[in-house]
Ligand binder design. Structure first.
Ligand SMILES: [Zn+2]
Length: 198
C-alpha cells in the first residue's frame, strides 16, 4: 500500500511577500506583530485560509519564515500559522531544533495566541520566545475552539525557559478576526464540539 508524501506550499501572494521581506528587519516587537497581522489579513483577503498569521524571527528581528493558516487548502488540521512558520524555519535552517541547543535565540510571533496544539509544539520547536497579538478569548468569540491548554499556559512555557509576551497590537489582530467573522469565513474545529464553542 502506498501513501502520499507530505508537502504544502505557501500561497503565491505570500511567496512574493517573502521575496521582499527576506532582506527586511523588523527591530521592534510591534513591527514584527504588524508583519504577521498583515499575513493574517492577506490570508483572508486572498481567500487562502483562516485569519491567522505567524513568523519566526532571529534576534535582530529578521524574518526567517512566515506562516499562515493552511488547514483548508492543505487538507491538514495541523497546518496552523505557527506550525507552518516553525516547519519552514526548521527546513530553512536545516535543523529540527531551531535554537540549536540554546545557541541561538529565535522568536515566534503569532497574530493570535497559540491553541492547545501549537502550545504543545512550541517547546519542541526550539524557539526561545513567543509574542502574541489577539487572545484565546478573542478567537473563541468568533467561534474558533482553542482547545484544552493549561490556564496559565504562558507560565508553563516560562518554566521551560520560553518567554511569552501578550497583547502586542491586540486590537489590530482582533480586527482581522472580526473581518473574517463578518465575511462568514469557515470555522474548522476539533470535531462535533458545538457545545464547547457555542
Ligand atoms: Zn494552533
Amino acid at each position: 500500500m502506498k501513501f502520499p508524501g507530505i508537502s504544502f506550499s505557501l500561497p503565491d501572494w505570500l511567496t512574493d511577500f517573502l521575496a521582499k521581506s527576506e532582506e527586511i528587519v523588523f527591530p521592534s516587537a510591534s513591527q514584527r506583530m504588524e508583519c504577521v497581522v498583515g499575513l493574517a489579513s492577506g490570508n483572508i483577503e486572498h481567500g487562502t485560509g483562516g485569519p491567522f498569521g505567524a513568523g519566526v524571527f532571529d534576534k535582530d528581528g529578521r524574518l526567517i519564515a512566515p506562516g499562515v493558516n493552511l488547514v483548508v487548502s492543505g487538507n491538514c488540521s495541523i497546518l496552523h500559522a505557527e506550525i507552518v512558520a516553525i516547519i519552514l524555519t526548521q527546513q530553512k535552517l536545516g535543523r529540527y531544533d531551531i535554537g540549536d541547543g540554546g545557541k541561538y535565540r529565535y522568536e515566534l510571533v503569532t497574530s493570535t495566541e497559540p491553541c492547545a496544539m501549537c502550545f504543545g509544539a512550541i517547546p519542541w520547536s526550539g524557539v526561545s520566545s513567543v509574542v502574541c497579538g489577539a487572545r484565546d478569548e478573542d478567537a473563541r468569540r468568533i467561534g474558533f475552539d482553542e482547545g484544552p491548554k493549561p490556564e496559565d499556559w504562558a507560565a508553563a512555557l516560562n518554566v521551560r525557559g520560553i518567554q511569552v509576551t501578550k497583547d502586542i497590537l491586540r486590537q489590530q489582530a482582533v480586527a482581522v478576526l472580526e473581518s473574517y467573522s463578518n465575511m462568514g469565513g469557515a470555522l474548522y474545529n476539533s470535531g462535533p464540539n458545538d457545545a464547547i464553542h457555542s
